[in-house]
Write a protein of this length. Structure first.
Length: 255
């Protein structure tokens, strides 16, 4: 009986080592995000700067919201840290102004770019995690201005690409070992291509798909692995054979 206990303890130790290695060995992932962006671009400053001396803006309407999306990929080093890069498109924003003397000015701003972020996660339970991120962006602002009447433009299509930063907070919910859902709110600092800087806030939902390494958790039909409070629990789930090992379980451990 004592020998059997020692064998069981040794087996559980081996399982724990394999599971911990699988969880901490790292995981590549990719994903898609969709949501809505809100522009904080100072349209009044741009409007005043462009219409010139002797011309007054009388009526201005603005469009500060637009759909946005992201495509990203990353590497999850462990349950707490990941590095992530991707492409973002924050949409199109604009304004329309009527002036005195009679004239008009229409402005549109398009913002996109690439980013590299450090992502931190705090697991709440096996499925839910809280997230925070900080990163650098290479953001491109492409402006298009059209005018009539008293408004005369010297450059109707300014464009700039500038390095800046972004930050965000959110959550991740794991539906399965092959797909997770994220909800995030982020702030991007961008250059408006007309001599100023502005914030663009982005709210998104994302689908995340791990790939590149099949973890023990995702491939096992006989093992249940859970982590809470920094403690990992491994349970054999083969009650019909009194949790006995077989070739399938051994093969999973080898992989």
């Amino acid at each position: 009986m004592k020998k059997l206990h020692l064998i069981c303890l040794a087996s559980l130790a081996a399982l724990s080592s394999s599971a911990l290695y699988a969880q901490n060995a790292g995981q590549y992932y990719g994903g898609l995000s969709a949501g809505q962006a809100e522009s904080k671009i100072d349209n009044d400053r741009i409007n005043t700067a462009l219409i010139g001396a002797g011309v007054t803006s009388t009526v201005t309407t603005t469009d500060r919201h637009d759909p946005a999306y992201k495509v990203f990929g990353g590497y999850q080093f462990n349950p707490y840290f990941a590095i992530e890069g991707g492409y973002f498109n924050l949409g199109k924003f604009g304004f329309d102004s009527q002036t005195t003397p009679l004239g008009s000015l229409n402005g549109q701003f398009r913002v996109d770019g690439i980013n590299l972020d450090l992502v931190g996660s705090l697991p709440v339970n096996d499925q839910l995690s809280l997230m925070a991120r900080m990163g650098v962006i290479n953001g491109r602002s492409r402006d298009n201005f059209t005018s009539t009447g008293a408004v005369v433009l010297s450059n109707s299509n300014p464009e700039i690409t500038k390095r800046d930063y972004k930050a965000g907070l959110g959550f991740a919910y794991k539906f399965s070992h092959s797909m997770s859902l994220r909800g995030e709110i982020e702030r991007y600092k961008i250059n408006d291509a007309v001599g100023g800087k502005a914030n663009i806030d982005l709210a998104t939902l994302s689908l995340v798909f791990p790939f590149g390494r099949t973890s023990l958790q995702s491939m096992s039909k006989s093992l249940k692995i859970s982590t809470q409070g920094g403690v990992q629990t491994i349970t054999l789930s083969r009650p019909d054979v009194r949790n006995a090992f077989n070739d399938e379980v051994i093969a999973e451990l080898k992989n």
